[in-house]
Design a protein around this ligand. Sequence first.
Ligand SMILES: [Cu+2]
Length: 152
Amino acid sequence: MRYVLIYLCCLALVSCTSQENFKPPADEDYTSDMSNIINVSSAYINPPMAGRSIASAYMRIQNLTNDKINLISISSPVSQTIEIHNHIYDGGVMRMRKLNNLEIMSGDTVELLPGGLHLMLFETNLSDHKDGIPLILNFENLPPIKTMAYKK
Ligand SMILES: [Cu+2]
């Protein structure tokens, strides 16, 4: 079942990334939850295509701590299951791979962007959320961080 989902997810993403001029808005418009240890900004979500329930989400995560941090899960009231995905080229074809976690070294900034690292939201229902979609990032040994992702 999961293979089927990931395959569908790939289809969804390929069609998303083929859209022209796909650019996140400027920082100041999208910075939501600021923290002095982990700065999560520019979060936005691509809503599911008509008739589908898979969405993708993107953001920038900056680790301002003196240690590496480890993103171990993401939750949201709009989705049953959220996975961290990456893209790999395999025989000239772009495929998605599920990651169990995402480590960010001290001082590093990780960008989740179309065609690269991203969050994949399954069984997504955005009908109760006109603008901001809450995403809760759960880091190992740190309190969860909530950010608002905006519809692209
Ligand atoms: Cu994906």
